[in-house]
Design a protein around this ligand. Structure first.
Ligand SMILES: Cc1ncc(COP(=O)(O)O)c(C=O)c1O
Length: 246
């Protein structure tokens, strides 16, 4: 069979299959456990995060492992909306988001948030003008995708992110599930606060996603328990009272 729908998913590289099989058969410890197998697993996890952090030019502490892009989108948007609700009640997204984003906004709307869904032009792109018009004192989150999964339209995320730098109270989330590894992206320079990534879209395994969560903000409420990693002392003679979970 000739498989061509690489927007839906991609076949994993042989190296990926080998690495996943090796980790599952040899390093299957719970990375939160304090015994040797667990510590080995945590080291591998940390190594993987550091490689991704290097590629993305961010810190490994700013990366949260998830199971997929859908989960990253849910954590990012709900986390930011709930965390900053005290600042305002208004959220902005676009009419062309993936269902894993649109579904979250519909849910937040049902919970009382006001949501603006920006339209797109005939090329499938949102305009800066419509975004600027939608911004108000109450806006706490802007969420736009990088590349549309159906049309391939590339959204002006660099322009949006740079513009929003003047509004540090607004959290900017990008669903970069499409586009990541295909087009350049600069999380730092473009002022992106939260970014969703999914490995199976670029020859990685299913069941592996990332959420970039900029350090300058407190982690979104839903995942804040993951940090800081006080377990780092494990392996240096600390008692089992340092065990946090797992
Ligand atoms: C733009 C976009 N966002 C999110 C997702 C969801 O990613 P996942 O399949 O990893 O849950 C997809 C998947 O098709 C997508 O295309």
């Amino acid at each position: 069979m000739l498989y061509l729908d690489y927007a839906a998913t991609t076949p994993p590289y042989e190296d990926v299959i080998t690495a996943v099989a090796e980790v599952m058969s040899t390093y299957y410890g719970n990375p939160s456990s304090i015994h040797g197998l667990g510590v080995q697993a945590e080291r591998l996890l940390q190594q993987a995060k550091e490689s991704m952090a290097q590629l993305l030019k961010v810190s490994a502490e700013e990366l949260i492992c998830t199971s997929c892009g859908t989960e990253s989108n849910n954590l990012a948007i709900k986390g930011a909306a709930y965390q900053y609700r005290h600042r305002g009640n208004h959220l902005i997204t676009t009419q062309i988001e993936h269902p894993s984003v649109l579904g979250v906004f519909r849910q937040l709307e049902a919970e009382g948030f006001r949501v603006t869904y920006l339209p797109v032009d005939s090329a499938g792109t949102i305009s800066m003008d419509s975004l600027v018009e939608a911004l108000c004192e109450e806006t706490i989150v802007v969420s736009t995708m990088f590349v549309n999964n159906e049309t391939g339209a590339v959204q002006p995320i660099a322009e949006i992110g740079r513009y929003l730098k003047a509004y540090p109270r607004i959290i900017y989330h990008v669903d970069a599930v499409q586009g990541m590894t295909k087009l350049p992206i600069s999380l730092g320079e473009w002022g992106i606060d939260l970014c969703s990534i999914s490995a199976h879209k670029f020859r990685g395994p299913k069941g592996a996603g990332l959420l970039f969560c900029r350090k300058r903000d407190p982690a979104p409420a839903l995942v804040s328990w993951r940090r800081p990693r006080t377990r780092l002392a494990i392996g240096y003679g600390k008692s089992s009272s340092h065990r946090r979970y797992g």
